[in-house]
Design a protein around this ligand. Structure first.
Ligand SMILES: Nc1nc2c(c(=O)[nH]1)N[C@H]1C(S)=C(S)[C@@H](COP(=O)(O)OP(=O)(O)OC[C@H]3O[C@@H](n4cnc5c(=O)[nH]c(N)nc54)[C@H](O)[C@@H]3O)O[C@H]1N2
Ligand SMILES: Nc1nc2c(c(=O)[nH]1)N[C@H]1C(S)=C(S)[C@@H](COP(=O)(O)OP(=O)(O)OC[C@H]3O[C@@H](n4cnc5c(=O)[nH]c(N)nc54)[C@H](O)[C@@H]3O)O[C@H]1N2
Ligand code: SF4
Ligand SMILES: [Mo]
Length: 680
């Protein structure tokens, strides 16, 4: 008997902690933190410590399954792959390539995301490929690319240890990015760093805050413009920085004129004294970091929100230095990587546009194909709707669970029911997989080699510790088999390191990332050559696009404001213990024990008015559906608003949410819709 210790990267959040998996006799027995790893430094959150448990679970998919006469039967790999190739080729012939669509996965490796987009584009000739970043940081990718030239976190996680001011908005950091949250608390307690929080809900960090702005949900552009109004009025802007490094300042000055603290208070409920205080602290602290996540991005004005934060940072000269910048915290373990590797409807790997002829020619040559499509493809929610309309006839989903994670579940169910041919490749039987025609069993993160890229752009190794169960195979191997069955000979690799060699030659920001160099703790992009040391912070001396561009935006209301009947604002999000659609965490005993059931947070005065007691079941109703759910009476939420974690199928928040999207980023408005709450 001998215990093996395998250094790898956590499967859960974008912090990208380094951890060791322990293996004994072919079974995973535990996980513990790497002490030398730059992010984990000897710590993990509870999900990391328990990340081995679901891998061993008896519910794992172990064989390919094919639907026959309404139920699933075991199939061989040859049968399943041949069926997929035959149906997909058939649709292509009858209805054209854009009758196919592919959902890739931020849970899988960089190499697998690269192959998924190669499969969609080179083999099946469609740009209908997307993944959960669309539901998450699509607003960031669009908003920061337009203002700064790069849609990624500007700084590194360890720079949080040196910052003097954190301005956190729409991020429940200690719950969702625990190893970043703890650095923030340390800086506040040990170094007296200032902490400004702008969040409608009370979060764990609120109790450490210098200023708490509790804005009305969906009013972010208004108060950010208000802060800029105060900064300009008080002469706190960085005039030299604006002149040297930016363009478009006059338009910004003009637009923010009307956002006086009084006007902003009327729109957002933020007391004007607090807005002024926050503006002064942020503008006058040099090492100031803006930190944000879904509270900013998941709106029909998501891109406007992001642009407004970028404007604020440029106005005060707080970008392009260590511990100063704009930091969108990326959520999934590899959502940064899935975007970098081109699992998006408009770009190849490295954000090279599909509409640019030179990029197309470059990839055609490398992949030895003709006629790569030049039209931008459909995005996640568009793909699901097109499936319902019969415009998409074949859909291939790898490692996503839209039945629980997409907005407006009744709509999603109808579309999945109508699917002509659906392939789901996952490690468990999901709420989406039950609609599939073919189910393919994938290997989990502990059962394959590859890389993940974390939120600070650090590409790091994932290493195989055990064999996959039954006949399950690594996603990259499955994708190669589908490509070959589809008649394409350019997708054969012996090991993921060979896929990375192809990625390196086609993707300038990953140019220097060979597997040898990624040992032991990875490299941060841009890393263009084999000699380049990687880049801890972006926009040093100049922005990626040259001059930073101010993009002033006026405040617009959310799509579905409250009215007399639907008089509560519903906001949805997550909790510390669970992961998204719960496929992994409901199979991890410690996590499930701590948070076994869904709930809706309601303010005590609203509960009293409705005659609702704590833990009583209530009905929450929107224009799209209704759920019955336990009430949690708490002052965490403000009056006439409620919050539901979206993890639980038993009372799925997405039955209620609205499928309204940002016009540019196509991200759904998960953070605001109108509901009513009823006593049962
Ligand atoms: N434990 C755990 N951790 C996770 C995840 C998980 O499922 N579980 N998921 C990962 C993923 S993919 C992501 S994207 C991240 C998300 O991480 P976060 O964005 O931190 O998580 P959320 O709970 O979605 O929302 C964050 C905050 O937005 C606030 N908010 C709501 N409405 C508004 C608004 O109108 N304006 C502003 N400014 N704020 C608002 C909410 O009150 C909440 O505190 O977490 C990652 N980490
Ligand atoms: N109401 C509401 N809805 C939301 C949000 C919200 O705030 N509110 N947030 C949105 C956001 S930010 C996100 S990121 C999405 C997340 O939405 P999804 O990506 O759909 O959620 P996950 O549960 O993470 O799904 C990942 C799937 O991958 C599978 N998996 C894990 N490892 C592997 C592997 O190695 N191979 C394969 N093939 N499969 C694997 C898991 O079992 C799971 O089924 O949800 C969005 N939905
Ligand atoms: S902080 Fe994130 S990466 Fe680190 S152990 Fe927890 S879930 Fe894993
Ligand atoms: Mo996300």
């Amino acid at each position: 008997m001998s215990l093996k210790h395998v250094l790898t990267t956590c499967i859960y959040c974008g912090c990208g902690c380094g951890l060791y998996l322990t293996e004994n006799d072919g079974v995973l027995t535990g996980a513990y933190p790497s002490v030398k790893h730059p992010v984990s430094k000897g710590s993990l959150c509870v999900k990391g410590w328990n990340s081995h448990e679901f891998v061993n679970h008896m519910d794992r998919l172990t064989h390919p399954l094919i639907r026959e006469k309404g139920s699933f039967r075991k199939a061989t790999w040859e049968e399943a792959i041949a069926l997929i190739a035959k149906r997909f080729k058939g649709f292509m012939k009858e209805s054209g390539s854009d009758s196919l669509a592919f959902l890739s996965s931020a849970k899988t490796t960089n190499e697998e995301n690269f192959l998924m987009m190669k499969l969609a584009r080179a083999v099946f000739k469609t740009n209908n490929i997307d993944h959960c970043a669309r539901l998450c940081h699509a607003s960031t990718v669009a908003g920061l690319a337009a203002t700064f030239g790069s849609g990624a976190m500007t700084n590194s996680i360890n720079e949080f240890e040196e910052a003097d001011c954190f301005f956190i908005t729409g991020s429940d950091t200690t719950a969702q990015h625990p190893l970043i949250g703890s650095r923030i608390i340390n800086s506040v307690l040990n170094r007296s760093a200032k902490l400004i929080i702008a969040d409608p809900r009370k979060i764990e960090l609120s109790k450490y805050a210098t200023v708490n702005l509790r804005q009305k949900n969906g009013t972010d552009v208004a108060w950010i413009n208000g802060m800029m109004h105060v900064i300009i009025k008080e002469g706190l802007e960085d005039k030299e920085y604006i002149k040297e490094r930016t363009e478009g300042y006059e338009q910004l000055q003009e637009l923010v004129k009307k956002y006086t603290p009084e006007y902003v208070e009327a729109l957002t409920t933020i007391p004007k004294e607090d807005l002024i205080k926050a503006a002064r602290i942020y503008a006058t602290t040099k090492k100031a970091m803006i930190v944000y996540a879904m509270g900013i991005t998941q709106h029909t004005t998501g891109v406007d929100n992001v642009k407004s934060l970028a404007n604020l940072a440029m106005l005060t000269g707080h970008v392009g230095f260590p511990s100063a910048g704009v930091n969108p915290l990326r959520g999934q373990n590899n959502v940064q990587g899935a975007c970098d590797l081109g699992a998006l409807s408009n770009v190849y790997s490295g954000y090279q546009s599909v509409t640019d002829e030179n990029s197309r020619l470059k990839f055609e040559k490398a992949w030895n194909v003709n006629g790569l499509p030049g039209n931008v493809g459909l995005t996640v929610t568009e793909i699901i709707s097109a499936l319902g309309e019969g415009k998409v006839r074949g859909l291939y989903i790898m490692g996503e669970n839209p039945m629980i994670s997409d907005p407006d579940q009744n709509h999603v169910r109808k579309c999945l029911e109508k699917a002509e041919f659906l392939v789901v490749q996952d490690i468990f039987m999901t709420d989406t997989a039950v609609f599939a025609d073919v189910i393919l069993p994938g290997a989990s993160f502990a059962e394959k080699d590859g890389t993940f890229t974390n939120t600070e752009r650090r590409c790091e190794r994932v290493r195989k510790a055990v064999n996959p169960p039954g006949e399950a195979k690594a996603d990259w191997e499955i994708l190669c088999e589908v490509a070959r069955a589809g008649g394409y000979t350019g997708m054969s690799y012996k090991h993921p390191s060979e896929i990375m060699e192809e990625i390196r030659t086609l993707t300038p920001i990953y140019g220097g990332m060979s597997y040898e160099r990624l040992d032991p703790y990875g490299l941060q992009w841009p890393c263009p050559t084999l000699e380049h040391p990687g880049t801890p912070y972006l926009h040093k001396d100049k922005f990626s696009k040259g001059k930073g561009t101010f993009m002033p935006r006026p405040f617009l209301e959310p799509k579905e404001p409250t009215d007399e009947e639907f008089n509560f604002i519903l906001s949805t999000g997550r909790i510390y213990w669970h992961w998204h659609t719960r496929t992994l965490t409901e199979r991890t005993s410690t996590l499930e024990r701590e948070a076994p059931a869904p709930y809706v947070e309601i303010h005590p005065e609203d509960a009293a008015e409705l005659g609702i007691r704590n833990k009583e079941k209530v009905r929450v109703i929107s224009r799209r559906g209704q759920i019955e759910i336990q009430a949690l009476i708490t002052e965490k939420v403000v009056r006439k608003s409620c919050f539901i974690p979206f993890h639980y199928r038993e009372a799925a928040a997405n039955v209620l949410t609205i499928n309204a999207v940002d016009p540019i980023a196509k991200i759904p408005e998960y953070k605001v819709c109108a509901v009513k709450v009823e006593k049962i």
